[in-house]
Design a protein around this ligand. Structure first.
Ligand SMILES: [Fe+2]
Length: 505
């Protein structure tokens, strides 16, 4: 009898612990609103016994403000009912770190968490793009996604984009729970802006019930845009059927036409250009959307779906032929398509080099990775990092019409790719000149030995007013490939000298 009572007591204690754990907030995340300078959305899940939710927030962990959530339920593919809470935090001050906690006093609170509101124009910020985080071989329990999330969380980012195929099964909540759990290093610190992939969608092409229920996004949620600092961001759903696809295109044209932001970024799971052997690009998207990206001069288009890293040449789509496109001289004249599908799912072999070029691709690697982009008023720096945090590609862009006041003659020096592989790639050294000038470019090794030199007369290629590009193939003056390592590139014009470090792999 005594033994029975003990068992009942232990059972009750266990049950109360389970109830407490389940009734506490979980899968907590922040999404940005249409104007994230002053509004964000906090979303979390609880056990179905929890009927109300509150977010307490403020500039310190003492909070001071609070808002009640909207609570709703949804059913997954195992007929389980899930409870979700969304709270819209409005009237925030731009560019501030806010503390918050969510829950309620009877069912339990989350720990203290933070997010930063978007700054006003002119501020420098970094965002991250990662795609195809879903389960697959070697990532059944989202281990790789967890490792990548931890690596990204070491960077001081403003928010991160997950570019579709977040999970493997759109309506299986256990998958989402694992995905949130493994991504916690990111969710605890930074807002997320997702877009739907084919693994996250319903049969009609919209986000699945689980996806729609867990992410409260701007506009209609299927496709949307928002501003952050000097940049305009657009997320697009490539799976909408005819009527909605037409509406989405009309919206895209109007949205791009309406923005005055200096930088424009688009992200969509749809694959415009091929990098992998077993994937077929959606060439229809080139006419459907690509021509609008050209018309409105979008700076970078992020694609996923191919599980590898890729960067296109500067591309202009052909409005008369979906299979054709034009490779332009620079990213001022053509769009940069970055394929980022290395967030956790198994990688795919990439095409051989000659086929990559035929497909408009300048760089491709079969590798798990993420992409960081740092944006300031008139320059942009992109770095792709592998799962261990090593840089695998980089790119600089400069708004040529915006010459900084501090520039004497030379401005906006960059090279890409950087690092580059000396016997397989050519790096382009890019710079602007305020006026046509004689230019000398010299590349030295780290002990100061001259490796390569180039001279341009004023007005010639390399010495023109405006943007210039000079290619170095990684050979020294004797015609031999240089060894891997760091090199110093010195650009001289009218007694001004500017230094740039070039990395050879
Ligand atoms: Fe996909």
């Amino acid at each position: 009898m005594i033994k029975d009572k003990r068992m009942i007591l232990i059972g009750l204690i266990f049950l109360s612990l389970v109830v407490e754990v389940e009734s506490k907030p979980r899968n907590i995340h922040v999404t940005l609103a249409k104007d994230p300078r002053n509004t964000v959305v906090v979303t979390w899940q609880t056990d179905s016994s929890v009927k109300t939710g509150i977010v307490e927030y403020g500039l310190t962990s003492s909070y001071g403000s609070s808002v009640r959530s909207t609570t709703h339920t949804y059913q997954d593919d195992k007929n389980k009912i899930h409870t979700i809470h969304d709270a819209r935090l409005t009237g925030l001050i731009s560019g501030q770190r806010y503390h918050y906690r969510c829950g309620n006093s009877s069912d339990g609170w989350s720990g203290d968490r933070t997010f930063i509101t978007t700054p006003e124009e002119g501020a420098t910020f970094t965002f991250c793009v990662v795609g195809d985080t879903r389960a697959g071989s070697g990532n059944r329990q989202y281990e790789r996604w967890g490792k990548i999330a931890e690596k990204i969380s070491n960077h001081d980012i403003a928010f991160f984009i997950v570019n579709g195929d977040l999970v493997n099964k759109a309506n299986t909540q256990e998958e989402w729970d694992l995905w949130f759990e493994k991504g916690e290093p990111l969710f605890s610190k930074f807002p997320i802006m997702p877009i739907v992939g084919e693994h996250d969608k319903s049969s009609e092409g919209r986000g699945s019930i689980c996806y729609q229920s867990q992410f409260l996004l701007p506009d209609n949620g299927e496709w949307y845009s928002f501003d952050y600092g000097d940049a305009h961001f657009i997320g697009l759903n490539p799976f909408m059927e005819q009527d909605y696809a037409t509406k989405e295109r009309e919206w895209l044209d109007k949205d791009l036409n309406g923005t005055k932001k200096r930088w424009k970024f688009v992200y969509t799971h749809g694959l415009f250009f091929n990098i992998c052997k077993n994937k077929v690009p959606n060439t229809y998207l080139r006419i459907h959307w690509g021509t609008l990206f050209d018309k409105h001069k979008v700076d970078i288009v992020f694609n996923s779906h191919a599980h590898a890293y890729g960067r296109s040449y500067p591309i202009e789509c052909d409005e008369n032929d979906r299979k054709n496109f034009f490779i332009k001289e620079s990213y001022d004249e053509g769009r940069c398509y970055i394929i980022t599908g290395g967030g956790g799912a198994e990688t795919y072999p990439i095409l051989p080099p000659d086929e990559l070029r035929e497909n408009g691709i300048e760089k491709a690697l079969e590798i798990h990775h993420f992409v960081l982009v740092t944006v300031s008023s008139n320059s942009l720096h992109m770095e792709a990092k592998d799962i261990n945090g090593n840089t695998i590609d980089s790119l600089d862009m400069f708004k040529g019409s915006l010459i900084p006041d501090s520039a004497k003659v030379i401005y906006g020096v960059s090279n890409y790719p950087n690092p580059f592989i000396a016997n397989r790639e050519v790096t382009k050294i890019c710079y602007g000149l305020k006026e046509a000038s004689d230019v000398v470019i010299k590349i030295y090794d780290l002990i100061g030995k001259l490796v390569w030199a180039y001279e341009a007369k004023a007005g010639e290629e390399g010495g023109r007013k405006g943007l210039n590009r000079v290619s170095w193939n990684g050979k020294n003056e004797e015609g031999n490939w240089v060894s891997a390592g760091g090199y110093i590139c010195k650009i001289e014009a009218r007694e001004e000298k500017v230094i740039r470090k070039i990395l050879v792999k």
